[in-house]
Design a protein around this ligand. Structure first.
Ligand code: AMP
Length: 337
């Protein structure tokens, strides 16, 4: 079957589904949005879905397995899918799946992720094994926290204990807080031609950390404010051009390392999340081995994709282009997990 028209592209209606489905349509695929009841309107109003399937809750998605297999649908994963289904559920699911399923285990475990990133030669913030070890500002991150919700800062053990007492979640890490500017680099790696592309970049818009500066320091103290990092949107960034060569090296390093960790290695979209200090040190605190919502401002392409492509190229469309190229070259197995 080397005709893309015989396949559909399906994703959960949330996160980055609009650009995934729009991009798939632009590349000639039929599109299916699986949407939680009550959340259908964006997918019908923006006309990105040829078919909308409503479900009561996201985990019900797995009940659609056979129906979607019958439609020859290729599933594009994103953050909401990983929040809804466990890595084991995704592994057991027999649907066509874009991406390397083996790499999910390396992304999911903070310990394995750290091994991967350090093994790629990247610099990461320190991890404090015990609260007693905190000797400079630290950020406490909960495992289950979606998008930074509940994270807090502590500068020593006493402050840590005061603040942790307010939380029920006991699975967290204590990480060195890096003073600098966060930047999220969105990449795409093609296993078909071994090319690495920088698609776009963003920074997060988070509540309340991005609004605290709107009131004076004395008011901040009076109100006894605690910073939180609950994401509500994404803001585009274009980096200083002299930094791009290093970004390419970093992206290539994690791709190369992933090939030692899994049989296919990571491919498709991924994101390196870092803080850059005034000394121009790059501290990577996380990798997302999939499309990130930070690429959503670029549905019509980014300044970087404009350099490489004559047509507007979102990350969602780039995924569909990769699948189309693979189908036409009879290499679909290279991009399926
Ligand atoms: P995350 O949910 O891991 O993407 O992080 C949520 C927020 O915390 C983002 O604004 C990050 O830039 C920030 N952040 C995460 N880790 C660190 C760190 N080690 N140092 C400074 N800021 C961080």
């Amino acid at each position: 079957m080397s005709n893309p028209k015989t396949y559909s592209i399906v994703t959960l209606g949330s996160h980055s589904a609009l650009q995934i489905l729009k991009g798939a349509k632009d590349e000639g695929f039929k599109t299916i949005a699986v949407v939680k009841k009550g959340f259908e309107e964006p997918y019908s109003s923006f006309k990105v879905a040829d078919e909308i399937i409503s479900i009561d809750e996201y985990p019900d998605f797995s009940k659609l397995e056979q129906q979607l297999i019958d439609k020859n649908a290729i599933l594009i994963p994103h953050g909401t899918l990983f929040a809804a289904c466990s890595v084991d559920q995704l592994k057991d699911n027999k649907m066509l799946y874009f991406g390397d399923k083996e790499v999910l285990a390396w992304e999911e475990s903070r310990i394995k992720q750290r091994q991967w990133l350090l093994g790629s030669g990247l610099t990461m913030p320190k991890i404090y094994a015990n609260p007693e070890d905190i000797d400079e500002p630290a950020i406490i991150k909960f495992n289950g926290a979606g998008g930074g919700k509940g994270y807090f800062l502590a500068k020593n053990k006493v402050e840590f204990e005061e603040k942790i007492a307010l939380h029920k979640d006991t699975t967290y890490i204590i990480q060195q807080y890096i003073i600098g500017n966060p930047i999220y680099i969105h990449y795409f790696y093609s296993p078909l031609n071994d090319e690495l592309e920088i698609m776009s970049m963003d920074k997060r818009y988070e509540t309340n950390v991005d609004s605290i500066g709107r009131i004076s320091a004395s008011d901040q103290l009076d109100l006894n404010l605690q910073t939180s990092y609950n994401i509500i949107g994404n803001i585009p960034i274009v980096a200083r051009e002299s930094m791009l060569a290093e970004f390419f090296k970093m992206g290539r390093a994690v791709v190369d390392k992933s090939k030692e960790l899994t049989s296919k290695g990571m491919f498709g979209p991924f994101c390196l999340e870092m803080v850059i200090t005034p000394d121009m040190e790059y501290f990577v605190f996380e990798i997302s081995a999939r499309i990130v919502a930070g690429s959503n401002p670029y549905i019509d392409g980014s300044p970087y994709t404009a350099l490489r492509y004559p047509e507007p190229m979102s990350t969602g469309r780039r995924i569909a282009r990769e699948i189309k190229n693979a189908i036409e070259q009879n290499k679909l197995d290279k991009v399926l997990g």
